[in-house]
Design a protein around this ligand. Structure first.
Ligand code: TYD
Length: 401
């Protein structure tokens, strides 16, 4: 196929079969969500990793179920992120911060007392209402050149544009970057946070591959993308959230700009690590996780053990559907998000219940489909007084803790 960043031809590195869109939870177990292929490809020219088959953004985000969880880990991340952005003076008390894909406005709520002005833009109507109700001015739209112009007319140009975990959620990343570039002055910054391709591949996070994740960015592919729009990277930092994320800091290319040494150091690591050999190890590890998890779960069920999943995550749906585990082995999924509760995971048809309900009849094992919140969730379960449940962690290798 064709690289959606640079136009070169791509090669398949991982095929996970087909799965319904990961956030299309079902109202009833008799509802049907159509599966689409989950195939990951690599571009040898710009090192882009992309999903081969993309659904349209309108299909994915019209009515959206992902609500940023109110998590201590995320609050700690916002603090770290703001500290790093402030230390380099990318953000200042006089800043106007525009956040793209701002969801319910959790990050902007954290920033609001610390900067001059915050504004969010998010395409999901149900989510925008929640943000606006909580006091965060949020435009309900896709961020593209048309809406960027409306923002400029109504609010002026921002000092910093933040796009956290959303650039990869659109089949054409050029659209968002060109819209951002149209709003950036020479002194303004574009901050993009995403799952880091190196973590995805090296830590066997195959479950990060789902229809909303259409790109797995690296320094190399991000530099290539930015270059098409007159932008370049000046900084990059790594963060542990979501299984290993990278925060790219970009700006309009100007005389006198320089990139901090961290960018070159990451680039060197990537060149040694995003290789055909590593992709083939990733593929083998993925197959081996499927075999181990299937055999563990089927063995436990045969021994009469009760298993629930913890976290109605998008990645959990990839994991369950790729391994072929369903409500027949795992009757319930615990999740804190009210809009997910009472619904059914697509294809596996596992019913989502509030955490308290799952903890009222604690299972022998929780399969941690939200493994990125592993310590937080284990602590929460223990604090509820549940001591007997053990936890199955699926990546980087199947482990029972
Ligand atoms: P996330 O890891 O952001 O997943 P993905 O991007 O793969 O969808 O989602 C976390 C999910 O886990 C979300 O549905 C809320 C749920 N959750 C709990 O149920 N309890 C918790 O303590 C935490 C931190 C999350």
């Amino acid at each position: 196929m064709t690289c959606r960043i640079c136009g070169s031809s791509t090669e398949t590195i991982l095929d996970l079969g087909s799965s319904p869109p990961a956030n299309s939870l079902l109202a009833s177990p008799t509802d049907y969500a159509r599966p689409f292929p989950l195939v990951l490809e690599h571009c040898g020219r710009c090192q882009n990793l992309q999903l081969r088959d993309c659904l349209t953004a309108a299909d994915l985000y019209r009515d959206y179920l992902y609500v940023t969880p109110d998590s201590p880990q995320l609050q700690a991340h916002y603090e770290l992120l703001l500290r790093a952005l402030t230390a380099e003076r990318y953000v200042e008390p006089t800043s106007f911060v525009l956040e793209i894909g701002s969801n319910v406005g959790m990050f902007l709520r954290y920033l609001q007392p610390r900067v001059r002005k915050v504004l969010g833009i998010d395409p999901a109507a149900n989510i925008c209402r929640m943000a606006t109700d909580s006091g965060i001015d949020t435009i309900c739209d896709f961020f593209e050149p048309r809406s960027a112009e409306l923002i400029e007319n109504a609010h002026g140009k921002p000092s910093i544009i933040v796009a956290r975990h959303c650039l990869a959620h659109n089949p054409d990343p050029h659209l968002l970057i060109s819209a951002a570039a149209s709003l950036l002055t020479d002194a303004a910054y574009l901050v993009i946070e995403n799952a880091y391709a190196l973590n995805t591949v090296q830590q066997n996070e195959f479950d990060q591959v789902y229809h909303e994740h259409m790109f797995y960015f690296s320094i190399q592919s991000m530099s290539a993308l930015l270059g098409f729009h007159g932008l370049h990277l000046v900084n990059a930092l790594l963060a542990p959230v979501h299984g290993g994320s990278i925060v790219f800091v970009a700006k309009r290319r100007c005389a006198g700009d320089y990139a901090v040494p961290a960018v070159e150091a990451l680039l060197r690591r990537e060149r040694a690590s995003l290789t055909p050999h590593v992709f083939s190890q990733f593929r083998s590890a993925t197959e081996s996780i499927r075999a181990s998890l299937r055999s563990l779960v089927h063995g436990l069920v045969a021994d009469g053990k009760l298993i629930y999943t913890y976290g109605a995550t998008a990645k959990g749906n990839t994991l369950l559907n790729y391994t072929g585990l369903t409500h027949e082995q795992i009757p319930l999924c615990a999740d804190s998000t009210p809009v997910k509760q009472g619904k059914y995971l697509p294809q596996s048809l596992i019913r989502v219940v509030p955490e308290q309900e799952a903890l009222a009849t604690p299972p022998d094992y929780f399969l941690l489909t939200a493994w990125n919140y592993r310590d937080e969730i284990i602590a929460k379960v223990r604090q509820s007084g549940t001591v007997r449940s053990r936890f199955i962690v699926p990546v980087p290798h199947v482990e029972v803790v």
